[in-house]
Ligand binder design. Sequence first.
Ligand code: GUN
Length: 291
Amino acid sequence: MTLIDGKKISDQIKAEIAAQVEQMLAEGKKRPHLAAILVGHDGGSETYVAHKVKACEQCGFKSTLIRFEDNITEQTLLDRIAALNADPDIDGFIVQLPLPRHISEQKIIEAIDPAKDVDGFHPQNVGRMAIGLPCFLSATPAGIIELLSRYNIDTRGKHCVVLGRSNIVGKPVATLMMQKAAPGNATVTVCHSATPNIAEITRQADIIIAALGQPGFVTADMVKDQAVIIDVGTTRVPDPTRKSGFRLRGDVDFDNVAPRCSYITPVPGGVGPMTIVSLMKNTLQAAQAKN
Ligand code: GUN
């Protein structure tokens, strides 16, 4: 069994990005600049955004964190997005999800200029991805593809079972895995909450991508020998032995599943760091497109 080290790969990619930024600056170009909007104080979102800001520093990017309280109006947020769209110093920006219930996430996503949509959530980027055109790929699916690529994991003709159909992970990763490209070219099955016989399907999988947000959902009896397991879950579960009082748990019962696999991602340290580095890659791409 090989542990897929997302932390190590993401550190390598951040160093590659930092070298490219140095090159850009040496050519007299401006430093890439990512802005992040964070609404409210959700613990998970606070952590993700803090990691994104830190990654910007490591890549040599400028970053701006814009905070609003939970009671912000949708219009105020839309106005701020319009200002970021118009700001020539901002190469790309993200609005951390989820948003409070009184704000339409879809309306917010569609207000972002697709050329600055480094999350790849705007329908224009999603549509371009679906038909294989250049675009901003959404960060988690792009990170998964990068891991498969850097570990030389063969996906062509393999049966890839995706668990979960979210717009952020399940749908786009299924699209990328079926795309006529490498990594890709897989036969893809997507299972979700209305799938009655999930274990029967996962047992046929050469590759399982678990993105349903149910800790420990994938158990050893659901996995065929030598399968590749990509665990996207990051649920906070109580852990009194930690100072924070919680730890992150994936969608896979790691201890029992790992011995059966050829490759598996840990949680934390697998897909998570790759998601952040994919956002950095998109920001660099946005900056290069403008320069
Ligand atoms: N919430 C969970 N994942 C993400 C992400 O990749 N981007 C944004 N903006 N919000 C998220």
